[in-house]
Design a protein around this ligand. Structure first.
Ligand code: Z5A
Ligand code: MG
Length: 299
C-alpha cells in the first residue's frame, strides 16, 4: 500500500462523498421505480456529479483532464491508433502480482539497476497523485463508496491520463518501470464478479509493455508480510480469486509474461528479473524499431 497522500482535507472528502452519494444512490437495482432496467453506472456520471457539486478541491482543469481520459475509455476499437515510436526507445517493464508479493521492492530494484545503464523512471498504478488517483485512494481507504463498475473505469482512466507521457518517455530513450498496470485492473474487478471482457475493454489500446514480471506467492505468504489487510481487497478470499484471473490466457495474450517465484529471498528474485530484463534489452538493441503496440487490440 502506498502511503496516504492526504490530497483532500476532511471537509473536502465530505463534499466528494455527498456528491457521489447523490449521483449513485438511484442506480442500485430496484430503486428507479420506473420498471426500466437502470443504466449501468459509469464514470461519466461521476464526472457530472463532481462538476455539478463544484468541488472546490477539484479545479476545472482537472475535470477537463478527467473528461479527456473518460473519452479514451469509450473509443470504438477500430479507431485506436498505433503509438508513435522512435528508434532506440526505452523499454517498458511492468510488475504484477498479488498483494505483498514484492512488486514495489522488485520494481524499485530494477529501476536502480537500469538507471546505472541509462535513464529510467519508476511509476505505479494507481497513480495516487492525480485527481483521479486521489479518488481511487479515498476509495481504497474506504473513505468514499462507489459502484464497482465506476471504480473499474476510474482505475483505467487513471492509466489513460498518463499513457501519452509513458510513450513520450519511452521515445525519449527513458525506460519506464511500472508497479501494477491494466492486468491488475482486470484481475481485481473480475475477481469481484464483473464480466472479464467488460473489464478488459477500457484498457484496450494502452501501450503494451515489453515485459511483465508476475510475482507468484501463495496467499499465506502475502498475508504474513507487513501491512497486509490495511486496504479494501486485502483479504484471503478475494486474493484467491485474483490469483485465478491472473492465470487466464486472455489476460496474458500478446504480452511477454515472465512468471517469477516471489517467495524466495529479495536478492534471488531480483537476480532472475535482472537477467530477464537484460535479455529483453539485448533483443531491443538488435531490433531498433520495436513498435509500441496497443494493448489487447486483437482480443
Ligand atoms: N488495483 C485495482 O483494483 N485495479 C487496478 O487497476 C490497479 C490496482 C492498478 C492497491 O494497490 C490496490 O489497488 C490493490 C489492487 C488494486 N489491491 N489491493 N489490496 P497497491 O499496488 O497500491 O498496493 P498493494 O499491491 O496492496 O500492495 P503492496 O503493498 O504494493 O505490495 P507489493 O508492492 O507487492 O509488496 P512490497 O511493498 O514490495 O512488499 C511488501 C512487504 O514484504 C514489505 O515489507 C517488503 O519489505 C516485504 N518483502 C518484499 N519482498 C520480500 C521477500 N522476497 N521476502 C520477504 N519479504 C519481502
Ligand atoms: Mg506496492
Amino acid at each position: 500500500m502506498a502511503a496516504p497522500l492526504e490530497r483532500f482535507t476532511e471537509e473536502q472528502v465530505n463534499e466528494i462523498r455527498e456528491a457521489l452519494a447523490g449521483a449513485f444512490c438511484q442506480t442500485k437495482e430496484g430503486e428507479t421505480g420506473s420498471g426500466v432496467a437502470p443504466e449501468m453506472p459509469g464514470l461519466r456520471q461521476l464526472l457530472i456529479a463532481l462538476e455539478t457539486a463544484k468541488i472546490s478541491s477539484i479545479p476545472r482543469v482537472d475535470l477537463d483532464r478527467m473528461a479527456a481520459a473518460v473519452e479514451m475509455l469509450h473509443r470504438p476499437r477500430d479507431t485506436i491508433p498505433a503509438w508513435p515510436v522512435s528508434p532506440c526507445r526505452g523499454l517498458f517493464f511492468v510488475f504484477e502480482g498479488l498483494d505483498r508479493s514484492g512488486k514495489s521492492t522488485q520494481s524499485r530494484k530494477l529501476h536502480q539497476l537500469l538507471e546505472k545503464a541509462g535513464t529510467a523512471k519508476w511509476m505505479c498504478f494507481p497513480a495516487r497523485s492525480t485527481t483521479m488517483g486521489g479518488l481511487i485512494d479515498l476509495y481504497l481507504r474506504r473513505l468514499i463508496e462507489l459502484p464497482d463498475e465506476v471504480v473499474h473505469q476510474l482505475f483505467s482512466a487513471n492509466r489513460w491520463e498518463l499513457a501519452t507521457s509513458i510513450v513520450e518517455d519511452l521515445n525519449n530513450g527513458i525506460s519506464v518501470i511500472c508497479d501494477r498496470y491494466a492486468f491488475s485492473g482486470v484481475a481485481y474487478s473480475a475477481a469481484k464478479g464483473l464480466d472479464f471482457e467488460w473489464c478488459q475493454a477500457p484498457d484496450i489500446g494502452l501501450p503494451t509493455p515489453d515485459g511483465i514480471f508476475f510475482l507468484h506467492i501463495d496467499e499465506t505468504v502475502g498475508a504474513s508480510r507487513s501491512g497486509f489487510g490495511d486496504e479494501r481487497y486485502e483479504n484471503a478470499e478475494l486474493q484467491a480469486k485474483v490469483r485465478q484471473v491472473f492465470q487466464q490466457p486472455a489476460l496474458r495474450a500478446g504480452v511477454a509474461w515472465h512468471d517469477v517465484n516471489g517467495a524466495r529471498g529479495i536478492e534471488d528474485v531480483h537476480a532472475e528479473i535482472a537477467a530477464a530484463a537484460m535479455a529483453i534489452q539485448q533483443e531491443e538493441q538488435e531490433n531498433k524499431s520495436r513498435p509500441i503496440l496497443p494493448l489487447w487490440k486483437s482480443a
